[in-house]
Design a protein around this ligand. Structure first.
Ligand SMILES: Cc1ncc(COP(=O)(O)O)c(C=O)c1O
Length: 317
C-alpha cells in the first residue's frame, strides 16, 4: 500500500514539512537497524478523529526503546499530544499514525550511544491491510519456513525496526508462494505470530493465543481481544500452541493494528473450520468495531479524540 503524503511530520518537538523529514545515509539506524516504532489507527468518530489506545501504543514505544537503552527525550504525555497535533494538521478524519524513534547521525560503529535520538511522528490515510474483503471472507495463509526470533536473540517484546527483517522474510516467502501472509513458529516449533499480527484460535468455544514467551509482540489489539473475550464471557487461554492445532481449530484469526481482526480461511491449503469467518470471530469483530465506531459505549476508554489533546503542549514554541 503506497503512502499518501500529508502536510506535516512532527520531529523533535516541531512540525516540519513532509519533504523535510529526512535523515543522513550514515545515520546509525541505516546500517544497524537501531529504531523503534509504533503503528496506531485513528478512527472517524462523532467526536472527530480518535486514536485507538494511544497511551498504550506510546508506552510500548517507550518500552521498546528502554530495552535498547534508548531513552526517549519525550514523555508519554508529550508523545500523545504530539500525535494529536500531527493528526489535526493532516485534516484527515481517519488515518494511521507512525511514531519512530531512531539513532541518528554522528558516530560510526556498532556502539549506538553517542548518536542522537531522533523522534518523528507522521500520519497518513490507510484502509484495510490484508485487503478490503479480508475482514469478512478471511485470508489464505501458510506456516512460514522462517522461525520468529529465538529467545535472548532479538527481543520480540520490543517493536524494533530490526525485528522486521525477520517479518519481511516471512511475508515475502508467503507472497512468493501465493499466500496473503505467513505464520511463524518460534524456535521450539510452537505457533508464534504473523509477520505483523498476533494469532488466535477457537476450538469448542474456547479462545487461545500464544503466550509472550512464544516470541510474540505484546499486541495492543491482542490485549483488546483478550479484554473483549472476558467481557463477552468467552473462555480464553494464553497457551503454547502446537502447529497442528492450527489445522484442526474451528476458527483462526489474526489481530493487529493493521489487520484489525481478520479471519483465516485456510492454512497451508488446509481449510480452517467451515472455510469462512466463524461465529466467535464474528462476535469479537462486531464488538470490536461497535466500540470503534461509537455504536457501543467506549467502556474501556480505548479511544482518545484528537481534539482532547490538541494544545496539550507538545510543540516547541
Ligand atoms: C510482529 C507483530 N506482531 C503483532 C502485531 C500486532 O500488534 P498491535 O495489535 O499492537 O498492532 C504487530 C503489529 O504491530 C506486529 O508487527
Amino acid at each position: 500500500m503506497s503512502i499518501k503524503k500529508t502536510e506535516k511530520i512532527w520531529h523533535n518537538g516541531k512540525l516540519i514539512p513532509w519533504e523535510d523529514a529526512q535523515i543522513h545515509v550514515l545515520s546509525h539506524v541505516v546500517s544497524y537497524g537501531s529504531s523503534v516504532f509504533e503503528g496506531i489507527r485513528c478512527y472517524d468518530t462523532k467526536q472527530g478523529p480518535a486514536a485507538f489506545r494511544l497511551r498504550e501504543h506510546m508506552r510500548r514505544l517507550l518500552n521498546s526503546g528502554h530495552i535498547y537503552r534508548m531513552e526517549c527525550p519525550y514523555s508519554l504525555d508529550e508523545l500523545c499530544a504530539a500525535a494529536a497535533e500531527v493528526v489535526r494538521e493532516s485534516h484527515l478524519s481517519s488515518c494511521y499514525i507512525r511514531p519512530i524513534a531512531l539513532r541518528g547521525y554522528g558516530d560510526v560503529g556498532v556502539n549506538p550511544l553517542q548518536n542522537p535520538i531522533e523522534v518523528y511522528i507522521a500520519c497518513w490515510e490507510w484502509g484495510a491491510y490484508l485487503g478490503s474483503e479480508a475482514l469478512e471472507q478471511g485470508v489464505d495463509v501458510c506456516v512460514s519456513s522462517w522461525a520468529r526470533m529465538a529467545a535472548n536473540t532479538l527481543p520480540a517484546m520490543s517493536k524494533a525496526g530490526a525485528n522486521y527483517m525477520n517479518s519481511q522474510l516471512i511475508r515475502m516467502e508467503a507472497i512468493a508462494n501465493g499466500y496473503a501472509e505467513g505464520i511463524a513458529l518460534d524456535t521450539n516449533g510452537y505457533v508464534s505470530e504473523g509477520s505483523g499480527e498476533n494469532i488466535f484460535l477457537v476450538q469448542d468455544g474456547v479462545v487461545s493465543t500464544p503466550p509472550l514467551a512464544s516470541s510474540v509482540l505484546p499486541g495492543i489489539t491482542r490485549n483488546s481481544i483478550l479484554a473483549l473475550c472476558e467481557d463477552l464471557a468467552i473462555p480464553v487461554r494464553e497457551q503454547m500452541i502446537p502447529r497442528e492445532m492450527l489445522y484442526i481449530a474451528d476458527e483462526v484469526f489474526f489481530t493487529g493494528t493493521a489487520a484489525e481482526v481478520t479471519p483465516l480461511r485456510s492454512i497451508d491449503r488446509i481449510t480452517v473450520g467451515a472455510g469462512k469467518r466463524g461465529t466467535v470471530t464474528r462476535r469479537l469483530q462486531e464488538e470490536f468495531f461497535a466500540i470503534l465506531t461509537g455504536a457501543k459505549p467506549d467502556r474501556h476508554n480505548w479511544l482518545t479524540p484528537v481534539s482532547a489533546l490538541v494544545g496539550a503542549g507538545s510543540l516547541v514554541r
